[in-house]
Structure formats: structure tokens, C-alpha cells
Design a protein around this ligand. Structure first.
Ligand code: 5AD
Ligand code: SF4
Length: 440
């Protein structure tokens, strides 16, 4: 038997892409590829790209530039670009980087083995369709070697919200929910292979409305069904839109035993004027009320958010409203970005905020978030939490896992194995992680 071909995948952007990369590796696995950690000895390099901000696409082009030498040394090396830059730029990628052999969008990667045949014949392959068939049904069964105890599971893709800054509705297409039975089947399959925590993924996951035997199900109902899957210990979901947090989903945070106390709920801005211009269809006040209701249901829930600063026409006052909202919420985690013009989106046509001013706002906002993150993390000291252990730590005998609130936790103790879910008392809080001891 000939040696397996080596596949190097680099993933940019969101968790959805992490999931897609895994599935692409599996699709190519059926074609004889095994994954490698280095591009240097790869037979195929695949970049799974993100188009959400400008720099992300530029990074992809400069990364491709770096592979020129590898391709010169090994003309048989195949180079592919997948994901949202592939979807948005299509043939432009092959024009800018002629060494690219394959371009595949997020909705067509189940066709990779077929595309690889074209590439093997020395031709270029490009597929950025939005096909009728369900790609998940055309992918091989997940083989999951050396499975981690945590896994992502895509339940919904695309978005119909059309926030004025965002490319997702164009690159990932209209909102589509996967049917309930297929999700439950995939979840059980993951659990059988040792997975204990599943994060349900979707660009707008709480808009989930997949077909069940008795009509469409909500995300809350899906979570309750997963709660009954024996062997599954933890459920998470991301990313949510404030307008789709229905009563049942809020209540589930208080009542559903396996649903973890962590919610990523992007607000983007604290100014009603800017929210309106962003086409967000919620206000700062409605968001704060929603957070109150969620905290009533689950007082210890850790709230995470996304922010954009320097959106067109954002004044100092608008920015101060964002800072006030952050102070009111107390975030445990947040991702913040300078607005980046995305061609084809409504906001792209509008007057831009001065870049230096936007940078200064981002700096101030991130300093506030860091302060809050630390405070939330420090407040865990003395508390008892569940930790799902994932890998050895740097110190001898140390294991690292994630707490219920998604904090990294280090514990040094005998007999902790990967995949163990244990009760831990938090004893100290470092810059990026917590330390603790096992509760006997
Ligand atoms: N510029 C800056 N940030 C953006 N995001 C989405 N589009 C843009 C853009 N054009 C951010 C939002 C979103 C997160 C995934 O990325 O905050 O929630
Ligand atoms: Fe983009 Fe808005 Fe949809 Fe989120 S809700 S994916 S920010 S359009």
C-alpha cells in the first residue's frame, strides 16, 4: 500500500469553520488523506478562510504567498482555498494566486473528493454553489479518531438578519436549519465515540427551526431532547441574536441540567442610533432587559458579547453609550473589532469614522472588557465548578479542562484522565486561566 497523502488545514475565523475543517478533513480522509501539523511535508494545503473582516482575507493572500516556495519545490503539492473568502472572491483567488488548484465554498465541501479528481488530472476546480442537496447527508460518517471529549455540531447555517456591516448573509446564504432527527443521530454518534460536551453551532443558532416529526422545533426543544441523550454531559450553543432569545430558551438556562451557564449574546453597540443604522432591530434597553431576564433564570450565567467600534457615523457620545452598556452588563468574555468595510454590504457606502479615533475607542473598550473579564474570573475563586478535562497541562501531573463557565482550569492531581468530568474547587485565578483542586 502506498503511503497516505498528507493534508494540512489552516482554519481562520469562527467555530463554524473549525467544524467545517473537521468535516473537510473527513471528506478528504475518504480519499486517502491524513492530517499533518505542518505545511512543509504536505501533499495538500487547504486554507479554510473567513471573510468577516478585511484583514482576514489579506492574511489568506499573504499565507498563500508563503507557500510559493513549497509549490516550487514540489509541483505535485495541491493548494485549496475553502470557506467564506472562497465563496466571496471565487475566481479572483485563482487570478491573484495562480498556484491555487481548488476553490470551494462553505456549502459544497461534500463535493471535495470529486473536485480532487479534477485537480489530480491537472485541472483547476471551483465550486461556490448553494446546492439543493444537504451537504451533511453527503459527507462520510464521522470517523473521529482520538476524539476529544468536546465537539461542535452544526445545527443551522446562514443568516437572514442582514446587519448592515455583515457579509454572512451573502457568503453563507439564507438561514437553513438541519432536521431534528439528523442532529440527534449525529449527537448520539458523537457520544458513542466518547464525546461528553456538544456545542450546537449556527450563525444565528437561536433562530433554529428545524423540521421534527410534528412540525418545526425551536432551539429550546432541541436542547431538551439532547438533555435526554445518555452519556452526553454538557450542552452549549453559539452564536445567538438577542431577538431570537425566546421564553423557552431563557427558561432552559434555569431548568435544563446539561445546558451550561454561558451565553454568547452579541450586542455590537450600546447606542440606539447606531443599532438602528446597523439594522439590529433591538435597542440597548431591550438588550439589558433581556440580560436581566436571563440572569433571573440563571443567576451565575457568564455573558459574552461582540462589539464593533467605529461603525459609520459613530460619535463620541454613541461610543460612551456602548461603554455604559458594558458597565451595566458585566461581561465575562467579549470579542471586539474595529469596523471593517465589507464590499456589497449596506454600510460600505457610508462615511467612515477616522481610523485613529476608532483605534482609540477599541483600546478603551478592550481595557474595560479585560477589567470585567478579570473580575468575573477572580470571583470564581472559592467556588465549586464542574471541569471537563481535555489535555495534559505544562506541569508534571497537571491536567487542563474547561469549567461550566468555559474558563480554562488547571488541576494537578493523580488519576485525572482526558474526558473526565470532575467537581473542582477553584483556588486561584491567573491572567488567562484558573487553578483548582479536586473535590473528593
Ligand atoms: N467589521 C467589524 N466587525 C464585524 N463583525 C461582523 N462584521 C464585521 C465588520 N464588517 C463582527 C461582529 C460579529 C462578529 C462575528 O464579527 O461583531 O458579531
Ligand atoms: Fe451577521 Fe447580523 Fe447575521 Fe450575525 S445576525 S451573522 S452579525 S447579519
Amino acid at each position: 500500500m502506498s503511503d497516505p497523502k498528507k493534508l494540512f488545514i489552516r482554519t481562520y475565523g469562527c467555530q463554524m469553520n473549525v467544524y467545517d475543517s473537521e468535516r473537510m478533513a473527513e471528506a478528504l480522509g475518504a480519499d486517502g488523506y491524513v492530517e499533518t501539523d505542518s505545511p512543509d511535508d504536505a501533499d495538500m494545503i487547504l486554507l479554510n478562510t473567513c471573510h468577516i473582516r478585511e484583514k482576514a482575507a489579506e492574511k489568506v493572500y499573504s499565507e498563500l504567498g508563503r507557500y510559493k516556495g513549497l509549490k516550487a519545490d514540489n509541483p505535485d503539492l495541491k493548494i485549496g482555498v475553502a470557506g467564506c473568502v472562497a465563496q466571496a472572491e471565487g475566481e479572483e483567488i485563482m487570478r491573484r494566486q495562480p498556484m491555487v488548484d481548488l476553490v470551494v465554498g462553505p456549502q459544497t465541501y461534500h463535493r471535495l473528493p470529486e473536485m480532487m479528481k479534477t485537480v489530480a488530472e491537472g485541472q483547476k476546480a471551483l465550486d461556490t454553489d448553494f446546492p439543493e442537496e444537504d451537504k451533511f447527508e453527503h459527507l462520510p460518517k464521522r470517523p473521529l479518531p482520538n476524539r476529544n471529549p468536546t465537539a461542535f455540531l452544526t445545527v443551522q447555517e446562514g443568516c437572514d438578519k442582514f446587519c448592515a456591516f455583515c457579509v454572512v448573509p451573502y457568503t453563507r446564504g439564507a438561514e437553513v436549519s438541519r432536521p431534528v432527527d439528523r442532529i440527534l443521530r449525529e449527537a448520539r454518534d458523537l457520544v458513542e465515540r466518547g464525546v461528553k460536551e456538544i456545542t450546537l453551532l449556527g450563525q444565528n443558532v437561536n433562530a433554529y427551526h428545524g423540521a421534527g416529526a410534528d412540525g418545526d422545533w425551536t432551539l429550546a426543544r432541541l436542547i431538551w431532547a439532547l438533555n435526554d441523550v445518555d452519556g452526553l454531559e454538557r450542552i452549549r450553543f453559539t452564536t445567538s441574536h438577542p431577538n431570537d432569545m425566546d421564553d423557552a430558551l431563557i427558561a432552559a438556562h434555569g431548568e435544563c441540567e446539561k445546558l451550561m451557564p454561558y451565553l454568547h449574546l452579541p450586542v455590537q453597540s450600546g447606542s440606539d442610533k447606531i443599532l438602528k443604522r446597523m439594522n439590529r432591530s433591538h435597542t440597548a434597553e431591550s438588550y439589558l432587559k433581556l440580560i436581566d431576564r436571563i440572569r433571573e433564570a440563571r443567576p451565575d450565567i457568564l455573558i459574552s458579547g461582540d462589539f464593533i467600534v467605529g461603525f459609520p457615523e459613530e460619535t463620541d457620545q454613541d461610543f460612551e453609550y456602548t461603554m455604559s452598556l458594558i458597565r451595566a452588563v458585566q461581561y465575562g468574555q467579549a470579542f471586539s473589532f474595529k469596523y471593517s468595510t465589507r464590499p456589497g454590504t449596506p454600510a460600505a457606502e457610508r462615511a467612515q469614522v477616522d481610523d485613529a479615533l476608532a483605534s482609540e475607542r477599541l483600546y478603551r473598550l478592550q481595557a474595560l472588557i479585560t477589567e470585567q473579564q478579570r473580575a468575573v474570573q477572580n470571583a470564581m475563586v472559592g467556588q465549586e465548578v464542574g471541569v471537563l478535562f481535555e489535555k495534559p497541562g505544562r506541569l508534571d501531573g497537571q491536567m487542563v479542562g474547561k469549567s461550566d463557565h468555559l474558563h480554562a482550569v488547571h488541576v494537578t492531581a493523580e488519576g485525572i484522565a482526558k474526558g473526565d468530568l470532575r467537581r473542582v474547587r477553584i483556588t486561584d485565578s491567573g491572567p488567562n486561566s484558573l487553578g483548582g483542586v479536586l473535590i473528593p
